[in-house]
Write a protein that binds this ligand. Structure first.
Ligand code: AMP
Ligand code: MG
Length: 313
């Protein structure tokens, strides 16, 4: 058998058996590296998909003043954009389902924590002030009003975009594609996917074979700063106002829909083992929790469905 080349991705590595027929193109969007791989004959479609990523950024970015979400967060009284409306509605559904452990109104806390630029945690009073403006129940719809909260779609927008791009490739008859939005992977065809080792993110700790699925990992190693020997990462528990601290290193969710996998990996990261019960509401969706001590917990049926190969086996 041919030796399989490795695609180095942000969170997940892929091994594919016919790389010589493939082409990968890259762009930077949503503050992350986007890689799209497909057959060489689909090169034009890859370029179109990368252009679409830039368009989606102008819808979902929380920080770009030209974006639709930015305008909503600044007080726009209507949800005019149908993509934005769809993702916000699903985000609210997830916030309800998780009783607020996942909450799309986390933005006031995301602003205060500003993980990308901070080198020390914010003060207690800043966190308490921000917490007062967090809560999906604050949003009203008729008429639409955020009532002092703000929306952050960082936990699910990439998944939604990956689904839309995948849909375009499928519609155009494409049979092989790897859509990688900073580790949010959506596949057309069968590939071996590697899950990063949170302790040494340049290495993989396990691989799984997936066909036509999406795989998304949320991990405390992805965005963080360290202060006085503590790690402060980007996934915040809306119940405390602090980065979650529950001995989980990463959560990988596999689902036919990337938006589901994306939202669920973040939600389960916050909720821990109790979050696995969420999977019942999503068809054909499974999860793997990797704890800081190296223990692995998988959802019921994961092991029967997927042949998880640990790297040290
Ligand atoms: P992910 O990397 O998909 O797990 O998403 C993390 C991103 O989602 C963060 O960078 C924030 O933008 C946002 N986020 C952080 N904590 C939460 C939370 N508890 N609920 C919803 N979104 C969150
Ligand atoms: Mg997510």
């Amino acid at each position: 058998m041919k030796k399989l080349p490795i695609f180095l991705l942000i969170i997940i590595f892929l091994l594919c058996s016919c790389a010589e027929k493939r082409i990968t193109k890259q762009t930077f969007s949503f503050d992350t590296v986007i890689n799209i791989t497909a057959d060489k004959s689909d090169e034009k479609k890859i370029s179109e998909a990368l252009t679409k990523c830039q368009k989606f950024e102008k819808i979902f970015s929380r920080t770009n003043p030209e974006s639709e979400l930015y305008k909503v967060n600044c007080g726009a009284k209507e949800l005019k954009n149908e993509h934005l409306s769809h993702v916000i509605n699903f985000g609210i559904e997830m916030s309800r389902l998780t009783d607020g452990a996942f909450d799309i109104t986390i933005a006031p806390l995301s602003d205060v924590w500003n993980i990308k630029e901070r080198t020390a945690p914010p003060g207690k009073s800043e966190i308490e002030q921000a917490l007062k403006n967090v809560g999906y129940e604050k949003i009203s719809f008729s008429p639409f009003n955020l009532n002092n909260t703000k929306i952050d779609l960082g936990a699910l927008a990439k998944g939604y975009i990956a689904d839309r791009l995948r849909e375009e490739f499928v519609k155009s008859g494409c049979e092989n594609a790897i859509i990688d939005l900073g580790g949010n992977i959506a596949l057309i065809g069968e590939y071996t996917v590697g899950i990063r080792d949170p302790e040494s993110p340049e290495k993989i700790f396990a691989t799984i074979k997936l066909k036509d699925k999406s795989a998304v990992t949320s991990g405390s190693y992805q965005r963080y700063f360290e202060y006085n020997g503590n790690r402060y990462h980007h996934i915040i528990d809306p119940r405390t106002g602090y980065p979650t601290s529950n001995s989980i290193a990463s959560v990988t969710v596999i689902s036919p829909l990337s938006m589901h996998a994306d939202a669920l990996s973040t939600a389960i990261f916050v909720m821990g083992e109790a979050g696995l019960k969420l999977l019942k509401s999503f068809p054909d969706t499974d999860a793997l929790i990797l704890f800081e001590n190296g223990e692995i917990l998988t959802s019921d049926g994961f092991k029967e469905k997927y042949d998880l190969k640990l790297k040290n086996n």
